[in-house]
Every structure is written in C-alpha cells, then in structure tokens.
Design a protein around this ligand. Sequence first.
Ligand SMILES: Nc1ncnc2c1ncn2[C@@H]1O[C@H](COP(=O)(O)OP(=O)(O)OP(=O)(O)O)[C@@H](O)[C@H]1O
Ligand SMILES: [Mg+2]
Length: 352
Amino acid sequence: MKRGHLKLTGIGKSYGTTNVLRGVDLEIQPGEFFALLGPSGSGKTTTLRIVAGLEVPTAGQVLLDGEDATTLPPGKRDVAMVFQSYALYPHMSVFENIAFPLRNIGTPGDQLAGLVREAAARVKIDHLLARKPGALSGGQQQRVALARAIVRKPALFLLDEPLSNLDAKLRAETRVELKRLQRSLGVTAVYVTHDQEEAMSLADRMAVFMNGVLVQQGTPEEVFRRPASVDVAAFLGNPPMNLLPARIENGIATIGTTSFSAPTMASLGSRDVVLGIRPPDVAISERGIDATVTMRENLGDDVIVDFTVGDHLVRARSAAMRELAEGDRVHLHFGEGDLHVFDHKSGFRVAR
Ligand SMILES: Nc1ncnc2c1ncn2[C@@H]1O[C@H](COP(=O)(O)OP(=O)(O)OP(=O)(O)O)[C@@H](O)[C@H]1O
Ligand SMILES: [Mg+2]
C-alpha cells in the first residue's frame, strides 16, 4: 500500500460544552493535495491538529495508512506540520532547525548533513544554513519551516495557512512552488486555508467547513459548479455568487416585482427559494429584469458592476459592461442554466 492515506470517520471535538467539530468524515488518497477551506472559526485548524496528533478528538477515529492513530502521539505518526507562525527555534541556526526532526529520530551523523542540504536545496535556501531565523526575511523563514517539514520524508504533510504572512506576489509564487514540491515528493498534503482562490488553485480535492461541519467535498471544479448550500456559494468566487430570495410558481420565477419564465423549474411546484447567479453569468439584454447601475469598479481586464434590482444588490463581472455608468438603467438577463436554486429555509441546493 502506498504511504500517506488518511481517513477520518465521525470526528467530533468539544471543549467543555462547546462543539467545535461534528461528524467529520473524510478520506484522502496517497499523493493528493487536499485543501480544508472555510471561514475563520469553522474548525480547519482543529481538524489538522487532530490529524497531527496535537489534539485527541472527542468522538470518531483517525486512520493513517489503515492503522488506528486516534490517540497516537505526534512523534509516533509519520506526519510533519508547517504552522502559520513557522514556529522556528530562534536560538538555533537554519541548519539545526532543519536537522531537528532528524536528530529526534536518531538519524546517524554521517547522513544528517546530506539530508539537511538536500531539503534546503529543494526550497532554495541552501545558502542560508548558517544564519539564525531572526536574520531571515518572512519568505525565507517560511522556506526553513518547509525544509524542516520535508527533511524526514513524512507520508503526510500538514500545512496550516503557510503563506498567510507573505505579501500577495510572493504568496502567489510560493503557491506554485509548493505544489511543485508536493508533486516531486509524491507526499500527501493537507492544506488549511480561508482563501478560496488558494484552495481552488492548489487542491486536487477540497473540503469546505462551516461552523464545525464539513458541508461539501469534491474537486474545486465540482464545488464551484454545484455549491451544496448558500453558505458555500457565498464563500466561493470573486465576487461571490449573487443570492436573491425568489418565489417559484409553476415555472415562473419572481424576484421582487419582476417575473420571468423558468420552465426547468416547473417541477419544483410552488415554493420560496434563493436563486444564485455568478457575477460573470449576469448579462444585459433588450428586455428583462429592471436594474440600475450603482457602482462600477475597474479591474483592468474586467469591470465589476453593481446593480440594484428592487431592493437587492446584483453584481456582474464582465469586460462587455465597460461602457456602463452610475445611474444607467438597463435590463438584466439570467440564463436559466446559470441559475442555482437553494431552499429558502435550509439553504441547501435544490435538485431540478
Ligand atoms: N483550546 C480551545 N478551547 C476552546 N475553544 C477552542 C480551542 N481551540 C479552538 N477553539 C474554538 O474552536 C473553533 C474552531 O477553531 P479553529 O482554530 O479550528 O478554526 P479555524 O477554522 O482554523 O479558524 P481560522 O481561520 O481563524 O484559523 C473556534 O470557534 C475556536 O474558538
Ligand atoms: Mg486556523
């Protein structure tokens, strides 16, 4: 069996009476780059710490390569973790920081230097081995933390927002390098982030957390195309999906005072829903939904235009709307195939 298989079943975690994770089921295949995505406080770090062995779950089981690891201490697991804060030892040189996990497992001295150099070279910091962490830039410190994590060749590589202390440009560059590193090592990676763009661009598959519950998992494409709930829909995309309360009545959809024919929704009968449409799918037409331009933001290649439709804000993202100005009154068209339908009460996606 290939190393780096992870399975969580029914994972729960409470602190006193506060439940921070409930019923988390997750299976990650060897070699996958898997992202845990969700807003602040949704339970991503807690999940990662449970996988690392830094926390013991209140309920459920952690299986690493088929073996029950639920209560196994971190040192007995074949995992390495990179923290947001890097957690380097300030009094040790870069060399000693990277060597630390090797010394811990009693790696013989004649192999040690070679392994440290190899790990450092992979993240391009082999010229910095004699320095102390305090004499490094943020990006360089981050690489030391990565080198320390990979030096032991763990089966599972756990990363908690490892790029969040870097500026936007460096973050985007390091993102690509990180994926390359993971691929070349063939290691399984579990990557925590609250940045949807980061998750979408890095992950083979991802899980979205909301309030301690894993609400959806799949490839970034699947999650983006068919968000399971209004919460997930509102979390993905830039700008995120427009969500409008609406009434469906025998194939007619009504938003505020505007109605339009929606034959594919006829099977839904009469019900209150939330209709979702992504900003790039909002189009202008000759006839359609009355809308007024309230804001226009130039992004260079695209513009983002805010419209009011009745009492609601609708945002569009398009290159074709460049000519619009604040105050313009237009008609919008929502293509039926572009509409996402969610239940008004539960917020869950409605199949049609
Ligand atoms: N030791 C603790 N005692 C009590 N509550 C805790 C403890 N650790 C975490 N929590 C709570 O658990 C919830 C989930 O925390 P967690 O750190 O997993 O969130 P997160 O998704 O990583 O958020 P962020 O994006 O802000 O890092 C939060 O509400 C947090 O306050
Ligand atoms: Mg966190």
